[in-house]
Structure formats: structure tokens, C-alpha cells
Design a protein around this ligand. Structure first.
Ligand code: MBD
Ligand code: FE
Length: 256
């Protein structure tokens, strides 16, 4: 028996019970909701549902007092063990990968601006059609996933394509719920990163493309103004994005 479990589960159930009373929920609605829970499980959409509709509040709550760069939600599409890239640091992609070619550069520092050498950036993103490799038909396994390390000045760089916006699957239970409520099912175009270095808190974050639709209506509620980037045209149809990351010190000091 855990007092934490008792407190939290009681509180959540009390609020559900209050919503039922305040909205005069009918037996038909209760049976529809129960079937919907079953459908979400059968479709394997609980990770999607949680990360889209719940995770952003956990992230804001957990990291409201953290120093350094802003983080945002992890989401359901990270895969561990993406390949560590060598120069010229290009995320794996198809020979005919669509989307605007973009060089992403910047520095990783501590909160005082001191460069962090050999910091790791674990990067994943959707393709130009908003599809993530390993989860959706289209891109081959490993597409647009990779890791890069900073140099002795804390600098990193890699080449990718600008992703497209992502929509939650419209034909599944999460999409049907979103449509029933009249909400937009879209996330704005974004690149996911986990930036980590020995002795620092890992930063789970996303960079949002400023020209994307849906920045103000992200279904996952995960956009922060500090995380919006502007791809600058650099000629030949290519772009450049620059972003610096500052990492907070690890909360648990390393044991000497
Ligand atoms: C995504 O691409 C995503 O980043 C999140 C958080 C949820 C659903 C799809
Ligand atoms: Fe995503």
C-alpha cells in the first residue's frame, strides 16, 4: 500500500466522478467511453494518447524550475541506439528524400556558457510527409535518426531535411476522439533532440520550424516560443538553422 498511490488515484477518480455529475453523463456515453478505452488499447494508441494529451503538463511541472534551455515532451517515436554519425554528419535518408536540405549547427554549453565537449545529441524527426521511420509505412528503418557529438568547442552540426507537420492517425480511436471534439489533429513541423553530457541533466526537447502551420494549435500542447527556429535560405534551395543548448547541472551529483 502506497499513500502516494492512494492520494493520486483517489484524486483522479474524484475528478472523473465530478465530470460525470456536472455533465449529466448518460449510460450510452459511459458505454461508448468504455468501448473507446478498449479500442485505444487494441490499436496500440495508449502511448500516443498519453504523450499527446498528458505529457506536456508533466514536462512543465517537472522542469518548471530547471535552468538552461527549454525542454518539451519526448513523444512516442523515439528509438534508442540510433547510429553515431561521422563527418559529414548527415542523418540517414533515402537517396531521393523529399524536403528542403538544411544544415543545423550550434553549441552545447553549461548554464554559464562554458562549452561542453563530447556532448551527445540524439536526433529524430518525421520526413517531409510527417512520417516517422519505424512506426509508419513509407520511410525505411532508421530514416532521419542519428546521434552526433560536440567538438572541443562544444560545437555540433548535422544535415537533414525540414520535416513536415504530423497528424495523429485520423482513422484510429485517438483521431476519432479528436474529430468528435472538433480539435485540430496536427502537430507543427518539429525536430526532436535529447542533448546529454556527463554531469548534466539530459535535455529532452524539440525545435519547431517557424514557417510551419499549427504552431498555435499543436494538438500535443508542446510548443514553447523559445524553441521556434527560423531556417535561413543559404542558396541552392538549401537552408541553415542555428540553435545553442545550455544544460543544467545533474540533480544527483556524480559520486567521486
Ligand atoms: C509526435 O510526433 C510527437 O512528437 C508527439 C509528442 C506526439 C505524437 C506525435
Ligand atoms: Fe514528433
Amino acid at each position: 500500500m502506497s499513500e502516494r498511490a492512494n492520494q493520486l488515484i483517489s484524486d483522479i477518480l474524484r475528478r472523473v466522478h465530478e465530470a460525470i455529475v456536472e455533465n449529466n453523463v448518460t449510460y450510452e456515453e459511459y458505454q461508448a467511453a468504455k468501448q473507446w478505452f478498449i479500442d485505444v488499447g487494441a490499436a496500440g494508441e495508449w502511448p500516443l494518447f498519453g504523450d499527446v494529451f498528458v505529457e506536456h503538463v508533466v514536462e512543465e511541472q517537472a522542469f518548471s524550475n530547471r535552468s538552461g534551455s527549454q525542454g518539451t515532451i519526448l513523444g512516442p517515436f523515439h528509438l534508442p541506439d540510433a547510429p553515431l554519425l561521422d563527418a559529414p554528419f548527415e542523418l540517414p535518408h533515402r537517396p531521393d528524400e523529399s524536403g528542403d536540405r538544411t544544415r543545423v549547427t550550434g553549441r552545447v554549453t553549461d548554464v554559464d556558457g562554458r562549452p561542453l565537449a563530447n556532448a551527445n545529441l540524439d536526433i529524430w524527426q518525421a520526413d517531409a510527409e510527417g512520417r516517422y521511420s519505424g512506426f509508419m509505412p513509407g520511410p525505411p528503418d532508421g530514416n532521419l535518426r542519428g546521434q552526433v557529438r560536440t567538438d572541443t568547442d562544444g560545437r555540433y552540426e548535422y544535415v537533414t531535411v525540414i520535416p513536415g507537420p504530423y497528424t495523429i492517425p485520423l482513422d484510429g480511436p485517438t483521431g476519432r476522439m479528436t474529430a468528435a471534439a472538433g480539435w485540430s489533429p496536427w502537430r507543427p513541423a518539429h525536430i526532436h533532440l535529447i542533448v546529454s553530457a556527463e554531469g548534466f541533466e539530459p535535455l529532452v526537447t524539440q525545435l519547431f520550424i517557424d514557417s510551419s502551420d499549427y504552431l498555435d494549435t499543436d494538438v500535443a500542447g508542446a510548443v514553447k516560443p523559445e524553441l521556434i527556429v527560423h531556417p535561413e535560405p543559404v542558396g541552392d534551395g538549401e537552408f541553415a538553422v542555428s540553435y545553442d543548448f545550455a544544460l543544467a547541472p545533474a540533480r544527483t551529483p556524480a559520486i567521486a
